[in-house]
Design a protein around this ligand. Structure first.
Ligand code: GDP
Length: 190
């Protein structure tokens, strides 16, 4: 353990956490692909960084609400217990779907789970980058990032938060060098 900097990836299932680890490190992560298969946190090491892929939170198709709640509680407990050992969190969002999902939750008077996790990480004192993945699927990038940032408490324009809000595409590689740089900076490696 000693010597590694731990970077945790958190986000809903299917936002692209595994794809992102592959884009950042060139290494493939092995995980259960069926919905409802609780992935143990799986790790990939690259230089002095240990990337930890956490199980996806939120509701997944084919999985009961109770199971999703239990998975969320498991992640919350894990973060509470390990907060001292977590150097940085990447809160990974699907830039295309995020706003729509937020509106759905807010219409039910519920706090979207991504926002809940964002605030929880701040409460625990874990430094966090907001990674807006799948940016290749977004048409109006600035307006979308302004709106995403706004939902999470970063006053628009998003560009004033460029060291915290990172638009990327794990698929095309867009934004990956900037993300790598932001991670290294936050870890004090530069
Ligand atoms: P995870 O459940 O969060 O680990 O998500 P995965 O890494 O398994 O990705 C879920 C799906 O999204 C896969 O079909 C990926 O190919 C796709 N995906 C991941 N990143 C991107 C991206 O940046 N752009 C697009 N268009 N698709 C992506």
């Amino acid at each position: 353990m000693v010597g590694f900097k731990a970077v945790y990836l958190l986000g809903r299932s299917n936002v692209g956490k595994s794809a992102l680890i592959r884009a950042l490190t060139g290494k493939r992560i092995l995980s259960g692909r069926r919905p409802g298969v609780t992935k143990r946190p799986s790790c990939v090491e690259s230089g002095v960084i240990r990337y930890v892929d956490m199980p996806g939170f939120g509701f997944m198709s084919g999985v009961s609400r109770r199971f999703s709640e239990a998975a969320k509680t498991g992640i919350v407990r894990h973060l509470e217990r390990n907060k001292e050992a977590i150097d940085l969190a990447l809160l990974v969002l699907d830039a295309k779907a995020f706003l729509q999902i937020c509106s759905r939750w807010e219409a039910r008077n519920e706090v979207p789970v991504d926002i809940e996790f964002h605030d929880f990480l701040a409460e625990l004192g874990i430094p966090t980058l907001v990674v807006a993945n799948k940016i290749d699927k977004v048409q109006d990038v600035d307006a979308t990032l302004d709106a995403i940032g706004d939902r999470l408490g970063y006053l628009p324009p998003w560009r004033q938060w460029r060291d915290t809000i990172l638009p990327v595409s794990a698929k095309t590689g867009q934004g990956i060098p900037d993300l790598r740089y932001a991670i290294s900076r936050r870890l004090g490696l530069l």
